[in-house]
Design a protein around this ligand. Structure first.
Ligand SMILES: [Fe+2]
Ligand SMILES: [Fe+2]
Length: 197
């Protein structure tokens, strides 16, 4: 769950973007689980892949922040199922479901793909295979059908595939500021049609 310290009271968009980018820069320098890149590098690579796929701004923003739950509070490895919930709840304070829902669903999307795509499991990194068990293992068929009916199912699966591919060493990523317009566009879309609860 997001802590009180993770709450930013009524910031304007630029201030909020500053805080998010600062947090990604400051708190994401730890290595990403057992992978060979930092958490920040991993999320930036995920966002780059989303942008290259011409994803809309809210989905690029979701890709950039999809593991922010790991940075918000101590979400231990044993509690790996929680980082998607902590992250999506934090984001939902300011962003629409087009941002927070793919984040909430990105772990279940992995469990879905393991159940429905024969090749998918073989593409997972050793760390991702290990965390699969903590995350509940592959979905059963009924659960997979129910997952397909979720709003933002397609976005969650797309995000998951970028997530899995975003563990490359020795790749040049754009600076974090590069994604400022995507965050601004996602917040503008939220302001136009969504009121955070
Ligand atoms: Fe994740
Ligand atoms: Fe990730």
């Amino acid at each position: 769950m997001p802590t009180l310290n993770d709450t930013i009271e009524k910031p304007d968009h630029e201030q909020l973007i500053d805080r998010i980018l600062e947090r990604l820069h400051r708190d994401g320098q730890a290595m990403y689980g057992g992978e060979v890149i930092s958490q920040t590098e991993h999320m930036m690579q995920t966002a780059m892949l989303a942008e290259r796929s011409r994803a809309p701004a809210p989905l690029v923003a979701a890709a950039l922040m999809h593991d922010i739950g790991h940075l918000l509070a101590a979400v231990s490895e044993a509690e790996d199922r929680r980082h998607q919930s902590a992250g999506s709840q934090w984001l939902a304070q300011w962003f629409s479901p087009a941002v927070s829902e793919p984040v909430r669903l990105h772990v279940d999307a992995k469990r879905y793909l393991c159940a429905t795509d024969k090749c998918y499991f073989t593409t997972l990194s050793p760390t991702s295979v290990r965390s699969l068990a903590l995350q509940g293992g592959p979905m059963g068929l009924d659960e997979a059908r129910a997952f397909e009916a979720q709003p933002f199912f397609n976005e969650a699966v797309a995000l998951r595939r970028w997530d899995d591919a975003a563990k490359v060493t020795d790749i040049q990523t754009s600076p974090l500021d590069y994604f400022r317009p995507h965050l601004a566009a996602a917040l503008a879309a939220t302001a136009g049609g969504f009121v955070a609860g």
